[in-house]
Design a protein around this ligand. Structure first.
Ligand SMILES: NC(=O)c1ccc[n+]([C@@H]2O[C@H](COP(=O)([O-])OP(=O)(O)OC[C@H]3O[C@@H](n4cnc5c(N)ncnc54)[C@H](O)[C@@H]3O)[C@@H](O)[C@H]2O)c1
Ligand SMILES: [Zn+2]
Length: 381
């Protein structure tokens, strides 16, 4: 039986090639203008089989939040094509990135007869991608994995770059591996069920790419932010693909975070991590903390004479239009400093930050006095 989707128009897809030598792979960004949900699943199956033509055993590891909308329909579609499918659900939430959940998956994979030719299909946000990706990286010394991100954050960030892993109590992302996927399918149709707050949170990382290395994209965002907020699928395809291109460029230069180039992705994140750690668990979503953190970083850059007010104004406008928070009234400044001193970017007791000089360019700046950091926080409380 010929897959029916052969007749579907594919011109609206974008393909991004992530160049990593023999670990190179493709990100396919699709939208919903030309497809309904059923057709989108057929298309996903086509895309998977196109890249992994030898697929005989698919191991679907999906966030329970997308079980009925994505994982189960894809399971039926693949089964209908005579592919053996084993499927397991991952409970929603960060606590699933644990040793216990990883062990449960390993044992389940053993009982499901997973072997080296099996292909893991991770379906969900960054939690699922990190956990299932790490399970794939470790089981039988490494299985191929297809990432199907279903949050905006995971589409533009965690599914690109090959970092996988879990948390230890009190130590986020402490155990993991670089494990590149064979294919990433970012279909914005899967975002239909994503709550607004999660969606908006992902926009912070999208805006980040414009500030750190793509001034044209930042300008595009200024023009198209309303369409993006309405989740217009054309705007989404553009935003997702340009964000992935941006991350792929950075990661391609520095796959394993050795040259320092990859650090620019942490723009706003030194502040954001301190905000997240001091705000109390679940108070702020990651992207919300990143939005506030970018504001603090921009103010710090201005105070150091490295950037002008116009940069902060443009960034502020875009964040506000996106409905992202730009202030952190509950800031516990000593607590934040304490966390920042322990940040990986600290060198010999002096703080280091990724700071913009203009829209589209950031630099890693060391030797920064704490008084400037305090002032930058206080500018956004
Ligand atoms: N590997 C990397 O390079 C990298 C980069 C950035 C972040 N991360 C990790 O990603 C994680 C955060 O990812 P996230 O923001 O996607 O969080 P998440 O995976 O927890 O998803 C957010 C919430 O949305 C739900 N959800 C997911 N898709 C949905 C959908 N389509 N419809 C309805 N609900 C849906 C989830 O169940 C969860 O409740 C963190 O653990 C972070 O460490 C990893
Ligand atoms: Zn982030």
């Amino acid at each position: 039986l010929e897959p029916q989707s052969k007749t579907l128009p594919t011109t609206k897809e974008k393909h991004i090639h992530v160049e990593l030598g023999d670990r190179s792979y493709k990100i396919i960004v699709s939208g919903s203008e030309v497809t309904n949900a059923t057709q989108a699943i057929v298309r996903m199956a086509d895309q998977i089989l196109d890249v992994l033509s030898d697929l005989t055993h698919a191991v679907i590891l999906g966030d329970e939040a997308v079980a009925s909308s994505v994982s189960e329909p894809l399971e039926r579609e693949l089964s209908g094509r005579k592919i053996r499918v084993s499927a397991a659900q991952i409970p929603s939430g960060e606590t699933s990135k644990s040793v216990a959940e990883l062990a449960r998956l390993w044992e389940w994979m053993l009982s499901a007869g997973v072997d080296r030719r099996s292909v893991v299909i991770a379906i969900g946000g960054g939690v699922t991608g990190d956990l299932a990706g790490f399970a794939a990286a470790t089981y039988a010394r490494g299985l191929r994995v297809v990432q199907i991100p279903t949050t905006l954050l995971s589409m533009v960030d965690s599914s690109v770059g090959g970092k996988t892993g879990i948390n230890l109590p009190g130590a986020k992302n402490m155990v993991g591996a670089f494990w590149q996927p064979s294919l990433v399918i970012a279909d914005s149709i899967t975002l239909n069920t994503l709550p607004d707050r999660e969606y908006v949170s992902g926009l912070a990382e999208v805006i980040k790419y414009g500030v750190i290395e793509d001034p044209d994209f930042f300008h595009w965002l200024e023009v198209n932010i309303q369409s993006l907020i309405c989740r217009d699928s054309g705007a989404l395809r553009e935003a997702i693909s340009r964000s992935c291109e941006s991350k792929a460029r950075v990661v391609g230069d520095d796959e394993r975070e050795t040259s320092g180039r990859r650090a620019i992705l942490n723009y706003g994140h030194t502040f954001a991590h301190a905000i997240e750690a001091t705000a109390g668990y679940g108070q702020l979503l990651h992207g919300e903390a990143v939005a506030i953190g970018m504001q603090m970083a921009a103010s710090l850059a201005i105070a150091l004479g490295r950037a002008d007010q116009n940069l902060l104004d443009r960034q502020t406008r875009l964040l506000v239009q996106s409905n992202l928070p730009i202030k952190f009234p509950e800031a516990n400044v000593p607590g934040m400093l304490e966390i920042m001193r322990r940040d990986k970017k600290v060198e010999y007791g002096k703080l280091r930050f990724v700071l913009p000089t203009k829209i589209g360019h950031v630099e890693l700046v060391g030797n920064i006095d704490e008084s400037h950091v305090v002032a930058a926080i206080q500018a956004h409380v």
